[in-house]
Design a protein around this ligand. Structure first.
Ligand code: FE2
Length: 324
């Protein structure tokens, strides 16, 4: 992608009426719409041009849409992939399996609504821009991106900034090398960048997520790590994004790794984030006191958190509190 005016979107659908209707959805917008009526035809466009975003139905003559998107993932990983499928096919098992196999950005239901197509394209453009900016970005640009991600969630302002401060207090106490501390700062800012791919309705959901909704939310560390990988960010930053929801006893997500298998940078940021969430007010909950937060963290010693790391974290928090 070079700029917003050059976004090229390929629609693959064997229903000519639906393909014809696409033009009206994007009229007046800086989007070039390209249409194909089969997977084979879709590939001919990839051969001759860059495609930024591909939408495809699944059931077609010849190669299916899922096979097409899987191949696009392998051959053109920078192209954002979106599946259009009838509501009846939207079983969760299918969704999760296909999301993983094709690394889908979105699934939208057919018949589609104009707004959902436009919203998917807008979200995809945002993701393309974030990936592009992340490449070779300097710290101020990375910080701006972190803030734009933060705005999508109902976090209280300054969440990423505070996490990085707590994480660095711990990193200082551990006397980690300067370069690693810089990576921890950037990883703290970007830890939730995968949330850019989550529907806002799930992010700001009030109350308890059901099992299916939670399974979708659990994907955000993997999606974020994928963004960071494509942007060429360091292994330390990618580890923070990928593993910040793992737990010391192995009951976390996305991979359920435990103990020292969880990179220390991810253990640090996961702890800093939990503390900030506890001590910040959010639209759906009040902040807890410092003492209450310490009690709760202590209750997670050895299950959610690395016990040794937690002891050091509690010491630095206490030191900071008494020195201010
Ligand atoms: Fe997260």
């Amino acid at each position: 992608m070079t700029d917003a005016g050059s976004i090229r979107v390929l629609f693959v659908d064997d229903d000519p009426d639906d393909l014809n209707a696409i033009d009206a959805v994007f009229s007046g917008r800086n989007v070039t719409v390209i249409k194909a009526s089969s997977a084979e035809e879709a590939f001919s466009f990839f051969d001759s041009n860059r495609i930024d975003i591909i939408f495809s139905i699944n059931l077609m003559q010849g190669m299916s849409g899922i096979q097409l998107l899987e191949r696009v993932k392998e051959q053109y990983p920078d192209t954002i992939r979106i599946l259009m499928t009838p509501k009846a096919d939207m079983y969760l098992e299918l969704q999760l399996d296909v999301i993983n196999r094709c690394e889908l950005f979105h699934i939208i239901t057919k018949p589609w609504k104009e707004e959902s197509l436009q919203k998917s394209v807008d979200d995809a453009i945002k993701r393309l821009q974030i990936t592009a900016v992340l490449k070779n970005a300097e710290e101020p640009a990375l910080h701006d991106i972190a803030q734009s991600i933060e705005q999508k969630d109902a976090y209280t302002e300054g969440h990423c900034e505070r996490i990085s401060r707590y994480a660095l207090l711990l990193a200082d106490a551990l006397e980690l090398p300067e370069e690693m501390k810089r990576e921890i700062k950037i990883g703290s800012w970007l830890h939730d960048c995968g949330k850019i791919d989550l529907p806002a309705s799930l992010l700001n959901f009030e109350g308890q997520l059901d099992e299916n909704q939670f399974k979708i939310v659990e994907m955000h560390p993997l999606w974020g790590a994928d963004i960071a990988l494509q942007a060429g960010l360091s292994e330390t930053v990618i580890n923070i994004i990928r593993f910040h929801h793992e737990r010391f006893d192995g009951s976390g997500y996305p991979e359920g790794i435990k103990g020292n298998e969880i990179p220390i940078e991810a253990r640090i940021v996961g702890m800093a984030e939990t503390y900030d969430i506890m001590t910040s007010r959010r639209p759906y909950k009040e902040a807890v006191s410092y003492k209450e937060a310490v009690d709760r963290l202590t209750g997670m010693r050895g299950n959610k958190f690395d016990p040794e790391l937690l002891d050091i974290f509690l010491q630095v928090l206490e030191k900071e509190r008494t020195s201010t």
